[in-house]
Write a protein that binds this ligand. Sequence first.
Ligand code: AGP
Length: 619
Amino acid sequence: MCGIVGYIGARQAASIVLNGLRQLEYRGYDSAGMAVLGSDGSLQIRREVGKLGNLAQLLAEAPVEGAVAVGHTRWATHGPPSQRNAHPHRSPDGRIVVVQNGIVENFAELRSRLQGQGYTFHSDTDTEVIVHLVHRYYHNGCDGDLAAAVRKTLADLKGPSAIVVLSEDYPDQLIAARLGNAGGVAIGLGEDETFIASDIPALLQHTRQVVFLETRQMAIITRQGATYFDLEGQPLHKTTTTIDWDPQAAEKGEFAHYMQKEIFEQGRSLTDTLRGRLDFVNQRVVLDSLNLSAAKLQEIDKVTIVACGTSYYAGLVGKYLIERLARLPVEVDYASEFRYRSPIVSPRHLVLAITQSGETVDTLAALEEARKGGAFTATIVNAIGSQAARICDGVIYMQAGPEIGVASTKAFTASVTDLFLLAFYLGQERGILNEAERTELLQAVATLPGLAGTLLEDAWQSNFYQQLAEQFHGFHNFLYLGRGINYAIAREGALKLKEISYIHAEGYPAGEMKHGPIALIDEKMPTVVIAPRDSVYDKMVSQVEQVKARRGAVLAVAHADDEYIRQKADVVMPIPKIHELLTPILAVMPLQILAYEMAVRRGTDVDQPRNLAKSVTVE
Ligand code: AGP
């Protein structure tokens, strides 16, 4: 969950690392720190609790010069956020520093072993055992060979870890290593300068040439590039990936928050998601990167979707789409549940992981379970070259561009769009969809970016959502109801509200209302209903009546020209008409804007809400 940045080159390293950390602050933001190898050859450390701005201020007051540095932004696992627990952590002689992303699961045992060898601990973190182990092996057993000491250290660690090591004795190198699914380690190759980062937004300003470390791999990084080894010390040849993301895509620009930018760019991001995938000549969807041969496809008799959070809700929409268009049974599971319940997996299954980051530890572990069972694995993923993309048999990129706001928005609509394409593709390849159906669906999906753009432009031009939030931001509880394909949108809308505004919200299938939640309804509990004119419209209207009969306020997502709903509900958040199977993608947008405006009015930290991190790389 933490963010790591390293630099070795000729420029001032502190500002480069600080800027890189700014791009990664979404990964963790309770404290930050940096070690710079000064021009006198000594390691200078600056650490500060709180947001990165505090570290920036400390560096402004006490600058450090030098062309090699490593920095870290933390999301606390072991030990509360404090200066002493902030990374980097150093060896007793102060000559070696380590930053880490991950968890040392056997840290208590290692800590007491090291204490028995005379080591004193100055923090509550698990990371400190790593730097002491490196120090120990460096002086005992590795004869001053830093890379060997790092290798031996990693052999002692249980649990996932990504680390970067810097030593005064090796002023011309950084060592990066990865063990397990601890989040990415990307090495950016420049001209006489080399970068390390947990995620590529931190590299984009400098280079697009990137090498990713896999688990049990390490790199010795110099100004001229990097050499790669496995953890047994055997050299590795690694391929370089060219990243085609635009550096500006990771900037906030004129917007107040990344989340706001990411909501309002969904017209464009959906265009990117669809680009090159709709073949109107043959009335087909093109998904070559799925790598599913015709023979394999004929074998598949079940799809299991695994994901977490917002990606899980996209999966719920996916179930609806795949069952409807491809007539394949679909199970959707929280990755954190799937991985521990001894799931039944067979080579006849397609296990599909949905993940924006491609790094979520539970989702990666679920994929491992699927592979063990011999399933065909595929991922709908946003982060290019991420672990999920690398380990799956097939990949469908979201093509949403970097998503920085912790609350996922454009990645959700991109994943649902990808799921629509996948459902269509499976239906087409299995011969389920006839030509007329394919024509109708292709024409409908082609209108999606334009309709999304109009919805968002209208919202941007008016102050409708600001006024709505002004009216409702003082409420403490909200109920979200949806049905059919939009049930998942009720869940996602409620998640958006709670994670950034800290208002309690529950998403519920509307048909379940009478089985319990209706007891909650009164004038203090507004209900958000998703009620486009679809196959369950009448049922949703009667839901509105039932809430109104109990003095509850109703905020309806409905078609702009739906006068009937307008009369019944207190407020209508309008969406344009589109094919029913695509309504979730438009229906979620008003709920994203509503959550955003509510959070702004409540004065929360929209892009970095408390206790959350963008990539959940620890359990
Ligand atoms: C979304 O708003 C959340 N911050 C969170 O639920 C997220 O969707 C979840 O952690 C899964 O992340 P992933 O898509 O990167 O795997």
